[in-house]
Design a protein around this ligand. Structure first.
Ligand code: ATP
Length: 466
């Protein structure tokens, strides 16, 4: 297409501007808050940004860490039967041949013949006549072709077919490839699990909804190995447990659901699969998948590597190939979901001018646990407040000191960051050794002993998860 033709096309597309997506206005507020307050923003912004990559700022990095810590706490640190792994992102290329990713990890790609935009065919909704058209300009689409989602690279100085490697598209395969080593090292008995949190990469055809779908993202996956025959019982167990994890962390139940996959939707290796879905502003979307992967992966890696990958059962004196149940969650999708679910706009109370935006995060997920504020910048208040902050740090509680601006404004800034507790040092502190503690959600304040501030916050954090 010549420049002139392209220009004409652009003008035509503009005229046919698509209607706004459901929830677009709400998402714009979330994206703006995320940038303004330093949760997450476009990567490489000074160079125009890279559409598919995001950076997490000071509040975002804490939110993500807390999500990962909560996951690790529930999946590894509160169970005797699950151990952790931190495997390499770049694995032997044969791993991806054996796993079926080289031949089958692809999505159907279509191009619009008019505006040249690209889409995933399986994400398009047919029009009233049952035809698929371009959702941007209504144009005709090309035939679908399969597009492999793995990001390719080359290892070493020479770029030829022998140096091809892939950035892992899921963390799961290392748990299968390392199965024998981890099992032997930990002398693990069935049923047991191997858990991992780490980056994965997919060359997605379309990146969408901010950090919901990007090409670089983080996963939290656990492979739970069981005796064949016990798989259905454990599948049900993890299906329930993973749904409850989100609701224990305060996600509104009406926004969560489990959706079982239809047979034609299921991956070729899966006997059963269910998604934990969240009602995002644009509709229901996947947060996590729970799959019964059978013995598919272990069997295929054993065949391809020529190595025996089995579990020796000392009770029956037999080798078995375990079945595996996999809960696979996304850190970025969870972070976006927790932000959306926590977001509240509250009108100004009677007699007050300004309302507030508050992120009602579960206290365990809140990036800052306590903000410590001197009422004014004199009379020893800043010094006393800084001592309290130090005390929080000594007890590994993330605290924040703020002395800038009117105290009401400072409270509102903390509400917007989702900070559950504000501790204020005022004139009375020097007299009777007390401070106020303000609850984010109720905005109620009470006086507590200054020496007890850290204990009170820690107790409330500890009891927040029943
Ligand atoms: P989708 O159907 O949305 O493409 P998927 O079924 O391919 O997702 P899985 O392979 O089951 O996803 O991956 C497990 C989890 O990893 C997902 O539930 C999601 O939370 C996360 N995830 C997968 N792809 C992406 C991505 N491109 N960006 C962000 N998170 C992702």
């Amino acid at each position: 297409m010549s420049d002139k033709q392209q220009d004409k096309q652009r003008k035509k597309n503009k005229r046919k501007k698509r209607p706004p997506e459901p929830g677009e206005e709400f998402m714009a507020k979330i994206v703006s808050l995320c940038k303004r307050r330093g949760f997450a923003f476009q990567s490489s912004e000074i160079y125009g940004g890279l559409q598919s990559s995001y950076d997490y700022g000071p509040l975002g990095v804490e939110l993500k860490r807390n999500i990962k810590d909560e996951w690790w706490r529930s999946m590894v640190h509160s169970r005797e039967d699950v151990v952790g792994l931190d495997a390499a992102i770049i694995m032997h290329p044969k791993v991806w041949e054996a796993s079926g990713h080289v031949s089958g990890f692809s999505d159907p790609l279509v191009d619009c013949k008019e505006c040249k935009n690209r889409f995933r065919e399986d994400h398009l909704v047919p029009d009233d006549e049952g035809n698929l058209r371009c959702p941007e300009c209504g144009g005709e689409l090309t035939e679908a072709r399969q597009f492999n989602l793995m990001l390719k690279t080359h290892l070493g100085a020479v770029e030829d077919s022998s140096s091809v490697a892939y950035l892992r598209p899921e963390t799961a395969q290392s748990m299968f490839v390392d199965f024998q080593t981890v099992q032997a090292a930990g002398r693990l008995k069935l049923p047991f699990g191997i858990a991992q949190i780490g980056k994965s990469f997919r060359n997605e055809i379309v990146v969408e909804h901010f950090i919901y779908r990007s090409r670089e993202f983080e996963q939290m996956e656990m492979e739970y190995f069981v005796e064949p025959g016990d798989d259905e019982k454990w599948y049900e167990h993890w299906r329930r447990e993973r749904f409850e994890w989100y609701s224990r962390l305060g996600v509104r139940k009406e926004n969560l659901r489990l959706r079982d996959h239809e047979e034609e939707e299921r991956a070729h290796y899966a006997k059963a699969c269910t998604d934990v879905e969240y009602q995002y502003p644009w509709g229901w979307g996947e947060l996590e998948g729970i799959a019964n992967r059978t013995d598919y992966d272990l069997t295929h890696h054993a065949e391809a590597s020529g190595k025996k990958i089995t579990y020796f059962d000392p009770q029956t004196n037999k080798h078995v190939v375990p079945y595996v149940i996999e809960p696979a969650a996304g850190v970025d999708r969870s972070a976006l979901m927790f932000l959306i679910d926590a977001y509240c706009e509250e009108p100004a109370p009677e007699g007050k001018k300004e309302g507030r935006v508050v992120l009602k995060f579960h206290p365990r997920l809140a990036p800052i646990k306590a903000a410590v504020l001197p009422l004014v910048r004199k009379d020893g208040m800043p010094e006393r407040a800084r001592e309290i902050v130090k005390e929080f740090f000594r007890h590994s509680v993330n605290a924040f000191y703020d002395e800038k601006g009117a105290v009401g404004r400072r409270y509102r800034r903390q509400d917007e960051a989702g900070t559950p507790y504000c501790i204020t040092v005022d004139g009375q502190t020097a007299e009777d050794g007390t401070v106020t503690i303000r609850e984010r959600d109720t905005m109620e304040q009470e006086r507590i002993k200054v020496d007890e501030a850290v204990r009170v916050v820690r107790d409330r954090l500890a009891t927040a998860l029943d």
